[in-house]
Design a protein around this ligand. Structure first.
Ligand code: FES
Length: 157
């Protein structure tokens, strides 16, 4: 797609890194919320790594910044406080357990629904945390609550 100058400027602006806070603060609080180019995100600091994702759960728009982090199948996940969906911090995959109905003795196994929550990039520079919005062109389920009529921007948390 060809973009004219103003559209290119808009795209460059929308995907430029935005400073969301200080490293010292998130290391204490373990999470923070921010509005990055008109999109609400939550940033987690978990076991020495930063993860940013859309703040509203892909399932029904639940507030992920209020969820607990737990490990499933060795993968750290945010558990949505509304209906307990599990979302991997690193990739935004929805995890679920399944069992083979033909083998009732089998143990449930963790499976992935694929990427459901949009993950954004976190960088640290000089003690400041920056978030760069995902430019991945695929349609992610969490986009529904992050854009358009369902977008909810909250001024304070
Ligand atoms: Fe998150 Fe339903 S809104 S699990």
């Amino acid at each position: 797609m060809d973009l004219d100058g103003s559209e290119q400027d808009l795209e460059v602006k929308e995907y430029s890194p935005v400073c969301v806070g200080r490293e010292d603060d998130i290391k204490k609080s373990k999470r923070m919320t921010a509005v990055v180019h008109d999109r609400e995100v939550v940033i987690f600091y978990h076991k020495g790594e930063y993860h940013a994702m859309d703040i509203r759960c892909y399932h029904s728009g639940g507030p992920l910044h209020l969820g607990e982090i737990e490990e499933f199948d060795g993968r750290p996940c945010i558990v949505c406080p509304w209906h307990k969906y599990k979302i991997t911090l690193a990739t935004g995959e929805g995890l679920y357990q399944s069992i083979n109905p033909r083998d009732p003795s089998a143990k449930p196994e963790w499976c992935s629904k694929g990427v459901k929550q949009r993950i954004h990039t976190v960088t640290v520079d000089n003690g400041n945390i920056y978030v760069t919005l995902s430019k991945e062109p695929f349609k992610c389920d969490s986009d529904f609550y992050a854009t358009g009529d369902f977008k909810v921007i909250q001024s304070s948390f």
